[in-house]
Design a protein around this ligand. Structure first.
Ligand code: ATP
Ligand code: MG
Length: 207
């Protein structure tokens, strides 16, 4: 069994995440994609992040129309900082040792991968599919080199539809009263307005 994993802050989830996941699913023949909202991402620990319940709800709403998309609250339920290696352990238990895990990450996240907690062990135990994100140049060969043999075997690059959408941009648009139509699914747009998210927070989140 091949399982795709799309982790993120999802603050909010947008069509860039969804289109990337769907295209990677087809290209790699993945049976399902698990969307895992991150609790307090280690690299965003000092920044403002919308309460978990809202990010989880938006992730459910955004994925409900695709039967291949599932949502897992595992990182939200875990105590303390969430590390991807703990998620790998959990998924190995859930799907069995023979299941192959494929983490889908944007090219911006790939550049940081060597700095992730226990990153070498992580790349030995799971695959990473790097989706090319517009506007971000990736030095994939440098990162692959860092991971040696495991990197050569487990890090894959793929061209995805390339939607130039970011959560930071969407939050900024909402704050300025601009339209976010066609950037997020309609159900997510409705949720954001109903819950009055992103109205008047100070946002210094630009990664
Ligand atoms: P923020 O602007 O708050 O950082 P974001 O849009 O980057 O939000 P995240 O939740 O941080 O979204 O991203 C989760 C994962 O999805 C990361 O691996 C990121 O690289 C990837 N990703 C985000 N937006 C896109 C996009 N438009 N195309 C491809 N991958 C994306
Ligand atoms: Mg980001």
């Amino acid at each position: 069994m091949k399982v795709g994993i799309m982790g993120g802050t999802f603050d909010p989830i947008h069509l860039g995440h969804l289109a990337t996941a769907e295209s990677v699913r087809e290209i790699f023949g993945l049976e399902e994609i698990l969307f895992i909202p991150a609790a307090r991402p280690p690299h965003k620990i000092e920044k403002h992040v919308t309460p978990e319940v809202h990010r989880l709800m938006m992730t459910f709403l955004a994925t409900q129309s695709n039967e291949k998309f599932q949502v897992s609250p595992t990182e939200l339920l875990r105590e303390g900082l969430s590390y991807t290696l703990d998620t790998v352990d959990e998924l190995n238990k859930k799907f069995g040792a023979s299941a192959e895990l494929f983490f889908i990450i944007g090219s911006d996240a790939m550049v940081d991968l060597p700095k992730w907690h226990e990153s070498k062990e992580l790349v030995r135990r799971a695959n990473f599919i790097v989706a090319t994100r517009p506007g971000v140049k990736v030095g994939l060969s440098a990162a692959k080199k860092f991971f040696g043999k495991a990197g050569a075997e487990h890090i894959h690059q793929v061209q995805t539809p390339g939607l130039e959408i970011s959560s930071t941009d969407i939050r900024e648009k909402v704050r300025q009263g601009k339209s976010i139509k066609y950037l997020v699914p309609e159900v997510v747009e409705e949720y954001i307005f109903k819950e009055q998210l992103y109205r008047d927070e100070v946002d210094d989140n630009d990664d």
